[in-house]
Design a protein around this ligand. Sequence first.
Ligand SMILES: [Fe+2]
Length: 167
Amino acid sequence: MNKKLEKAINTQINFEIESAFIYLAMKNYIETLSLDGFVNWFDIQFQEEMAHAQKFMDFVNNLGGRVEITNWESPKNEYKSILEVLETSLGHEKEVTRRIHNLMNLAEEEKDYPTISLLHWYVDEQVKEEDNFSRLIEKVKLVKDAGLYILDKELESRTFVPINPEK
Ligand SMILES: [Fe+2]
């Protein structure tokens, strides 16, 4: 297989694995918030990233290339809120998109049609990934406003009780 692309895809394989472990660390932070639905959602996100890495690995192996697993950076383990987790995730997915687009540019420069064909799937997948996180951020913000609204209604019913001097 094309050596330039083999190298670039290997970098991406390791970045997908790094992404998986970022989400795994997020999942474990969310465990501390007892948000079971989000724990489940991030567990699936972790599995999806490993599947993205696997799809690239299968591609390299099928073309007789070599997959090289390297070290990657330790993920961030502490966050301040679920919103911070989601906003960090969206930022991360934008970086993944940028890298996939760069890979596509290289594949086009090299006229490597199998890689171009493979990358179309990742380009589409990134549109979904960014949309998923954007929507989740909007939903969390809406729910927070709804919570504040409910609390506001509760506070409206407070009445002044004069101090009874006889008691
Ligand atoms: Fe991915």
